[in-house]
Design a protein around this ligand. Sequence first.
Ligand code: NOJ
Length: 549
Amino acid sequence: MTIKRTWWKEAVGYQIYPASFMDTNNDGIGDLNGIRSKLDYLKDLGIGFIWITPIYESPNVDNGYDISDYQQILKTFGTMEEFDLLLEEAHNLGIRVIMDLVINHTSNQHPWFIESRSSLKDDYRDYYIWADGTINGPPNDWVSIFGGSAWEYDETTNQYYLHVFAKEQPDLNWENPRVKRELFSMVDWWLDKGIDGFRVDAISHIKKAPLETSSTNDPFESFKNVPGIETHLEELREIFKKRDILTVGEANGVSADQAHQWVGETTGYFNMLFEFDHISLWNKEEHEILDVIHFKKMLTKWQNALADGRGWNALYMENHDIPRSVSSFGSEETVFWQASAKALALTFLLLQGTPFIYQGQEIGMTNMPFASIDDIDAVDTKNFYYEMIHSGVAPTKAMNVIRRTARDNARTPMQWTAEEYAGFSKRKPWMVINPNKQKINVLDELSEPDSVLNFYKQVIHLRNRNDALIYGSYKLYLADHPQLFVYGRRLGEERFVIIINLSKDFASADLPENVQIEEWDLELSNLNDQVIHQHTIFAPYEARVYKHK
Ligand code: NOJ
């Protein structure tokens, strides 16, 4: 079988949230030199590319997702020279580098916005979306994803501007061709530098419905994957198409049925998408236990939608916007923590698509037991907390919800060692450190053969060595089993089956007919000494990978 080899299909990605990754100048905030100092660690893990979340000039209202200069590095992270060194050193190790592209909005401190707001006649006025108010106040009833109205009144010109996220993140007006030209030339500038692609932030929001539209079903539907968005995306694709790069769109609101149009091999806008069916974004509910059947269904829907060359998946269980997967979908309890972290690794790393590991996931980092709202930095979480308090929710209850849902759970400093500041910094970091650094840290896990870290390494290396786990087809078995996730990968004669118990209880099942014990070798297991039987019992969070002989 001839395979059309593609680097971004074969490589395993690693997402770096720079502020919390590694601090080398000891100001309590991670930096570019910190990333450079850990490239060998990433290489050893088997990583093929890193995605660095925004490192551009920014007032940091939304931690870098509010950019005030697209072509400068934020001073706390370092300099452009250090970035160039990082790029060079990563490339020397065979690690590619992709950057975050935030082009739905800028910071309100971006010179374009400062100009734009200065007068109705300003040359940059139409770079953003301005409208007159109504007798009710804002131009319409649209609400911001970060809470409250999506409109902010600006007294200089007596109009409102639109912001899908925080009020300090005004939305760019993609209907203005000048805006697109400026953005595209910036994209080219970064690509000319030699970076290897982009994760494209909030891209499904660039098109807005007519302002008269009222939201009915979904509060964000007037700016989520609105018809007409194709025109903008086609233009963006023309820029991307010129190079051999990885592009992954953050595509909240794009369904599996539409995915082909977005990531189809020849006509898609991106190589792959971050979908939000198996993990909900901006979740405000505390979810207690994983609904295994639903979870498998969601993953399988995307696997099937993009099968047979119709496209490619981006695979993930964590990122900087969602709580830690072990805490949400596995278990923090001492007896289960390690097995569940490993089980969750197998739920996504060996599916069809490009896996993205989020920093700390590979050592099984968990949610933070935040003591109070003062420990929280994320703007949306604070808004949400105070909304709850104003609506009469008791502070203790509100904090419980925050602990389960806050995205800062994923932003506590990386736990490199058990030291006071977790080997992340020599001084108190910008964000609280999880006290479980004593138990969960890179240094200890490197030397412990059964650690979560070593398991990740084994799984990544297994994927790196086997084409079937990259290019092979996907098949779900036992779809209705409420505890087990069983899937197969196949490329010609090369076959794998992965069996994962995603629950705290023992699980039993008749394994599929074509998984006959004598024909399969156990490649990997998160518990020791397992023997496969046709009818067998799986321990809590037990996970195994079999390869056909
Ligand atoms: C998605 C990013 O991942 C998130 O961190 C950010 O707050 C919003 N987009 C706005 O840029």
